[in-house]
Design a protein around this ligand. Structure first.
Ligand code: 13P
Length: 249
């Protein structure tokens, strides 16, 4: 019903030369994957990555997109620019953007709208910090982030959007949420989507990934959980063998 989707988020890693080496190794390793496979790469690598994945089952993704169609936004990249390079998915609202680059629930929503208007598929990141978890406000934070991200987004678009639940304390730390905890927290997000849209839409159309120190060792346990539809993979997506093992959990 909901096809699993495993996406790599390369973050600020890999030159073009490294991109070519990594993808050349990865392509045959994931060719028979049942999950949808995506690599989200730095802007400068998109063209080269696009050439390499053409005709394969690997889909191309970017790590951000600006909300304006064009204009005086030095250093930013528009949806049209990504579409022109064959980009299909785009990560929006990653916690590193929220933490270091002033991303807010409102800018996330604006970027999601811009992406959808050009046919890009957003991977919207939500997740609580350690402080929020310890303060007992996980549900409040996730309901707020989800509700704001989906403001004025039509129900028809739900199958073109992926949500990534990434607890900030689990990113790059080696600490994974337990599979049960990730599952239960993702259920909060799905329940929020059911309230915002409808029970059936949330159940059938909304794919929710887990992200945060997901690797070949813990992928199968996480993916076995009924609420978890995929993974957004940082560190382990930088090695072809590791990423392929997560993809084929
Ligand atoms: P790690 O897999 O390195 O913890 O990163 C997760 C992440 O932030 C993916 O977007």
């Amino acid at each position: 019903m909901r096809q699993p989707i495993i996406a790599g988020n390369w973050k600020m890693n890999n030159t073009i030369a490294a991109t070519k080496a990594l993808l050349t190794d990865l392509i045959p390793l994931v060719a028979d994957a049942k999950a949808e496979v995506v690599v989200c790469v730095p802007y400068t690598n998109i063209a080269a990555a696009g050439e390499l994945v053409k005709g394969t089952n690997i889909k191309l993704g970017a790590e951000n997109v600006h909300w304006a169609e064009k204009g005086a936004f030095t250093g930013e990249i528009s949806a049209d620019m990504l579409v022109e390079l064959g980009v299909e998915y785009v990560i929006i609202g990653h916690s590193e953007r929220r933490q270091y680059f002033g991303e807010t629930d409102q800018t996330v929503n604006a970027r999601v709208k811009a992406a959808l208007s050009k046919g890009l598929k957003p991977i919207i990141c939500v997740g609580e910090t350690l402080e929020e978890r310890e303060g007992g406000i996980v549900e409040e934070v996730l309901v707020r982030q989800t509700t704001e991200a989906f403001k004025d987004i039509d129900k028809d678009q739900l199958e073109n959007i992926v949500i990534a639940y990434e607890p900030v304390w689990a990113i790059g730390t080696g600490k994974t949420a337990t599979a049960q905890d990730a599952n239960d927290t993702i259920a909060i997000i799905r329940n929020t989507m059911a309230k915002l849209y409808c029970e059936k839409c949330a159940e059938e159309k909304v794919r929710i990934q887990y992200g945060g120190s997901m690797n070949p060792k813990n992928a199968s346990e996480l993916m076995a959980m009924p609420q978890i539809d995929g993974g957004l993979i940082g560190g382990a997506s930088l090695k072809a063998v590791d990423f392929s093992q997560v993809v084929k959990y």
